[in-house]
Design a protein around this ligand. Sequence first.
Ligand code: FAD
Length: 456
Amino acid sequence: MGDAFQAEVSVAWSQTCWTRAAAYVRLQTAAEVANALGIVKETGTKFALRSTGHNPNAGFSSAGDTGVVLDLRNLASRELDAEGIAKVGAGNTFGEVYAWLAEHDRSAIGGRDEQVGVAGFLLGGGMGAFPNLYGFGADGIKSAEVVLADGRIVNANAQENQDLYRALKGGGSNFGTHGPNGDTGVVTRFDLYTYPLLKIQYTINLYNPQDYVAIIDATVKVQEAMEKDTKIGSFTNFNAQFVAVGLLHAGTSSERLDAFQPFWDLNSLITTACPTTEGTLLSLAQTVSTRHQQNDGKRRIYSVTTRVSRELYGGIYRLYREAVKELPEGYVLHFTAQPVGTAAVQAGEDRGGNSLGLEKTPQCWWVFTCEWARKDDDAPAEKALGFLEEKVEALARGKGLLLAYKSANFATGHQKVLHSYGAENLSRLKETAAKYDPEGFFQKLQYGGFLLRDNA
Ligand SMILES: Cc1cc2nc3c(=O)[nH]c(=O)nc-3n(C[C@H](O)[C@H](O)[C@H](O)COP(=O)(O)OP(=O)(O)OC[C@H]3O[C@@H](n4cnc5c(N)ncnc54)[C@H](O)[C@@H]3O)c2cc1C
């Protein structure tokens, strides 16, 4: 196996995806993308699309030895037009987009980590640092140029192919493939709204998990404050040894924000991992990335969404502790509360709507993550996440606090993400797929993903 081949195998963030495909095809231009799709269609070859390979579900952007991975990382054009619309290729990371836009004093809505790919993030909805300010990543798409199954390249936006435009905002890889402005003149790309460069302030504190009741109380208080101030963002990441809390504000102020006082009042601070810093989305993403470096490890994730409740959050934490107790040494289990306010859902509606089917209510997008060494057995990790999936949903359902939504960006492969968007959205997605891909090419030949074929 040559170095280039091995490099492709091991691009993926999670080693659960380090399977050897039959071939990896690095595509340089949109025309090559259309060509490659034509060949896999003609030969009936299974394929997977990869932008940066950050999705940890095996078979989504990786394939086994009967499949081909179409690697879009080199499709990395970037152009800012006179109206401030950023036209970016599918192969960009948000770190690259933020750094480039900062040179133009602009910001776009992207991920909280610099290494994550634009395409997977946006097509999966996309949770940024400040969802309440401008909505989710998908809501920031003004237009997309799409290579369809028959090789046609179409625009999808509020004026053209509106059904496709809405479908793409959360609908994943069911409709076509997104690429950049190639040098052949064939154009496919995401056009993103931009805003004057966001000056932000952030702090990351580590607390003692024994104080979880008070930490949860502070998390809920900050979420309540978000309903009044859309510039507030936060995350609370529970680990066995510490709880990492990100306090984020899309504004600069030398004063501590009152909304974060419940955290400053806690007596359980272990250390300040990142002291209060004035920066940008880029510097925040760089800071967060230092905690997410790629290392030798397999990962599995799981998504659930609930309403806000101290009692429920406490119950979730206790279930987590039960799961941790059962894990052998070397398996790291952690979970994150990602608060979302009503303003975030409203922002999506204001930008023409998306496919996510979110209830307009304060909510928490939970993501559970297990990480373990490649040499170790997958079973304990699968068992731990399976336990949490069953118990957390049952707990939330029993209290009337479970929401249907599952985030594509945080869900494990078997979760029915598209189904979770609700009957109306699912039916729209099916109609759109039938219209733009009548032969079901993306359903039949795509290796994996949150596909309509699994959400009947
Ligand atoms: C360290 C880390 C931090 C993260 N932070 C965040 C965060 O802040 N917010 C958030 O919402 N998510 C976050 N995620 C989750 C991330 O958004 C998803 O894993 C996403 O799928 C990654 O996209 P990608 O393009 O990098 O991945 P890939 O693994 O390359 O692709 C993911 C999926 O998208 C499809 N796809 C890729 N390119 C295309 C294309 N051009 N056209 C059609 N389909 C395509 C693939 O087939 C695959 O199903 C994070 C993940 C990691 C590992």
